[in-house]
Design a protein around this ligand. Structure first.
Ligand SMILES: [Zn+2]
Length: 104
C-alpha cells in the first residue's frame, strides 16, 4: 500500500511540477537553476516573478495564465510568461528592474 501511495505522489509531482517546468524551459521562459520568470501583464508591463508550476501563494492560476498583482502598474491583472528570446535588450533590463515579492 505504501509503495502505491509513493508512486501516486511521484506521478502527481511529475505531472504538476516537472512537466510544466520542462515545457517552460524548452520555450525559453525559464532558465535552469532559477524560478525567476519574466512576465507581461495585460496592460503590457514587464516584470520578474517567481513562477513554480503547481505552486502559487500570490496568484490565482488559470492554466498558463495567472492573475496576480502587477508591481509596475500597481494593479491586479492576468500575467503570462514571456520567452526571453522574444524580448529586446531594453525590455530585459526593464523586466529585471522590477521583481515582485519573493514568493512563488
Ligand atoms: Zn501591469
Amino acid at each position: 500500500m505504501t509503495l502505491v501511495v509513493s508512486l501516486i505522489v511521484v506521478a502527481i509531482v511529475v505531472i504538476a511540477v516537472w512537466l510544466p517546468t520542462l515545457w517552460m524551459r524548452r520555450r525559453g521562459m525559464k532558465s535552469r537553476g532559477t524560478s525567476d520568470v519574466v512576465v507581461r501583464c495585460s496592460r503590457g508591463h514587464l516584470f520578474t516573478t517567481i513562477w513554480v508550476p503547481g505552486v502559487s501563494f500570490k496568484s490565482v492560476r488559470l492554466g498558463t495564465v495567472r492573475v496576480q498583482h502587477c508591481p509596475v502598474g500597481r494593479h491586479w491583472s492576468k500575467v503570462r510568461p514571456v520567452p526571453i528570446d522574444q524580448l529586446s535588450d531594453a525590455e530585459r533590463i526593464e523586466a529585471a528592474r522590477v521583481h515582485d515579492i519573493r514568493l512563488p
